[in-house]
Structures are given as C-alpha cells and as structure tokens.
Write a protein that binds this ligand. Structure first.
Ligand SMILES: NC(=O)c1ccc[n+]([C@@H]2O[C@H](COP(=O)([O-])OP(=O)(O)OC[C@H]3O[C@@H](n4cnc5c(N)ncnc54)[C@H](O)[C@@H]3O)[C@@H](O)[C@H]2O)c1
Length: 327
C-alpha cells in the first residue's frame, strides 16, 4: 500500500487517482486544512495531521505501507516570508515526524514534492538539476532543507527517495472529477479562469517590462496528470534501482503571462479586464525546466501541452462555478 500524505489536495489527489488506476492500494493521510474530502474517491481516507506523531504512528501501525508520497505542505510563497515559522514547522518539522515514523516501521521508499523554488534566481535557462540551489524565500528553503535531510537519511538509514522539483502545476483531471481548488488562489491560470467566469473583478498582471519578448514573465506549466504519472515512475524507479535522485518536472517550454491570458480568452470565449501592476519583488523573468535527467532516469516525459492544460482547467473551473452557484 502507498501512503499519500496530502492526497486530498490538488496534486496529491491526481496522484492518488492514478495510483489506484494502476492497481496500487492507497491510504490518503490529510488534515484537510487545504484539502477536500471529496477529492479522495479511491483508497482509504485517514483524517490526520503530521503534527500529531501518534496519529502518524497509528496510520503506519494499521496499514501495510510500503512507500510514501509526500505532498503535504504549505505552499504560499508570500506567506512564507511574513510567517516563516508556520512554514518551517509544517514543511520541515512535520516532515521529520513522517520520516522518523518511516524509520520506525522500516519503510524505505519516499517520493517528495519539491519545487523549482529551490533554485532561486536561476542563472542559466533551461534549469538543470545541477544548477546551484539558492532559494530566495522560506518556502523554497523549507523544500531544500528536506532535500538535504533526505540525503543524510539515505546515507545513515537507507531511506531511498526521489525528490521531484515541480515547475508550475496546472490543468485538471480530463475526466472532470478533480481539479485545482486552492483557497485562497494565487496561481495565474485559475485566477484567469475566475476572471473569465466573472468571479473577481479583473486579472492582475505583475510587470510588463521584463526582458522577455512580450515583457511579461515566462513560466513552465506542467499538466497535473503528467505530474501524477511522474510520481508513479519515481516509485517504479525506487523499486527497480533502489537509488535516490532528484528530478525536474517541467515541459522545457515556457508560456508568458500575456500568452496565458490570450489562450484563456480564446478557450473560454470570454473577454475579461486585465490590470497592469508593478513587478513583484523576487519574480524572475523566466523559469523553464530542463527535464532530460528525468527522462533518462525515470523514463518520463510530459505528454500534455498548454492547449490541454487550458481546456481541462476551463472545464473544471466552469464546473466549480456551477457548484458554487448552487450552494
Ligand atoms: N501547485 C504547484 O504548482 C506546486 C509547485 C511546486 C511544488 N508544489 C508542492 O506540491 C505539494 C502539493 O501542492 P498542491 O498545490 O497540491 O497543494 P494543496 O494545498 O492543494 O495540497 C497540500 C495538501 O496537504 C495537506 N496538508 C498540509 N499540511 C498537512 C499536515 N500537517 N498534515 C496532513 N496534511 C497536510 C493539505 O490539507 C492539502 O490537502 C506541496 O508540497 C507543494 O509545496 C506545488
């Protein structure tokens, strides 16, 4: 059985769904602080908080766990700057509780949700895993700390891990069952969808004077089902090779804020107001992944393009809008 921590959240719920489709048994452990119970349609659901060591122990005692996928974390970069204690407590200290319980129950395989935030201001594009890691906010530092702890735990205790550095997760389950529901929402694509659906006044574009072709920031958007597939490949890699590694998950192609806005308007068939605001401190102009190492080691490559990201996201957010209206 695979333990999916944070499996009621956006990315974890897609991974949980795919694991079950592939015939793995799963248990989802989530405190529902940001997760949604209805996103867990397959596997066993355990309401629990990583901060509670006894709850974590009970979960391992009662279930035949052979590997852990760890999505449970706080992920608001701005909040991590104003309240770093909250981030180090949940993303670092609570992850240690999980790792210590794995040691106790002799569970050896761990797939970790890391982030491109570990790179900080990247000097070369696209970014390879060898690029220097110098995060510029507590969120990114919390992810890098866990990566370093994982290296030590591998050497000392033989816990083998794959650390997956996601770029920007986007899109939704093509079956329409689950999707992105962050409250509050800070990601560009869902915010553009909400603007198209008339929720919120306008979309804010932060900075149009970047050194990019259209002046707006470029990011690498990766479909959430491609991310889920990479987690399954990471698990297979651990079983096959017993070797720890760290891999980028992106498409190698960037899309600018203006390009996203145009695509959302096209796919939705709706126009919406766009406001231009000053650059946000710490936003690099371009962030794009080099995923060659992931392809070589895990045999993974992204299958879905920007068009599919926007189509599946639009279907999901339209459905969400109807759900909200009927409540
Ligand atoms: N969304 C992205 O673009 C992105 C990019 C890079 C990395 N990540 C990382 O991927 C992971 C998943 O992100 P997401 O967008 O699905 O976030 P999410 O908030 O939707 O999911 C996180 C889940 O973890 C649960 N959780 C948090 N703390 C917990 C705790 N102490 N005990 C039990 N459950 C807990 C939450 O309730 C939630 O269901 C996070 O670790 C995040 O840092 C996300």
């Amino acid at each position: 059985m695979i333990l999916v921590v944070g499996g009621a959240g956006y990315i974890g719920s897609h991974a949980n769904k795919l694991l079950n489709e592939k015939g793995y048994g799963t248990a989802v452990f989530d405190n529902l602080v940001y997760g949604h119970r209805e996103f867990v349609r397959e596997g066993e659901f355990i309401l629990g908080d990583l901060a509670d060591r006894e709850q974590v122990r009970l979960c391992f005692e009662r279930n035949p766990i052979e590997a852990v996928m760890h999505f449970g974390a706080f992920a608001y970069v701005g909040e991590s700057v104003t309240d770093p204690a909250k981030y180090y407590r949940n993303n670092v200290a609570n992850t240690l509780t999980l790792l210590e319980t794995m040691r106790e129950f002799r569970v050896k395989h761990f797939v970790f949700s890391s982030s491109c935030a570990v790179y900080g201001h990247a000097e070369a594009m696209p970014i390879t895993e060898e690029h220097i890691s110098h995060p510029i906010n507590p969120y990114g530092r919390s992810k890098l700390m866990i990566e370093e702890i994982l290296g030590d735990y591998d050497r000392a205790y033989g816990i083998k891990y794959v650390s997956l550095r996601y770029f920007n997760a986007a899109g939704a389950d093509p079956g329409g069952e689950i999707g992105e529901r962050h409250v509050p929402e800070t990601h560009l694509i869902p915010l553009a969808m909400q603007a198209a659906l008339g929720k919120g006044k306008s979309l804010v574009m932060y900075g149009t004077d970047y050194p990019t072709p259209d002046g707006t920031c470029i990011r690498d958007y990766i479909h959430v089902t491609d991310l889920a597939e990479a987690h399954c490949k990471a698990l297979e890699h651990l079983k096959r090779t017993g070797r720890s590694t760290c891999c980028n998950l992106g498409t190698g192609k960037g899309a600018s804020v203006k390009e996203i806005v145009t695509l959302v308007k096209e796919v939705s068939g709706r126009d919406f107001p766009v406001e231009v605001a000053a650059r946000r401190p710490g936003d690099p102009p371009v962030l794009v992944a080099d995923y060659r190492k992931t392809q070589e080691l895990l045999g993974w490559r992204p299958e879905k393009d920007m068009g599919e990201i926007i189509l599946t996201a639009w279907a999901w957010h339209s459905k969400e809008r109807n759900r909200e209206k009927s409540h």
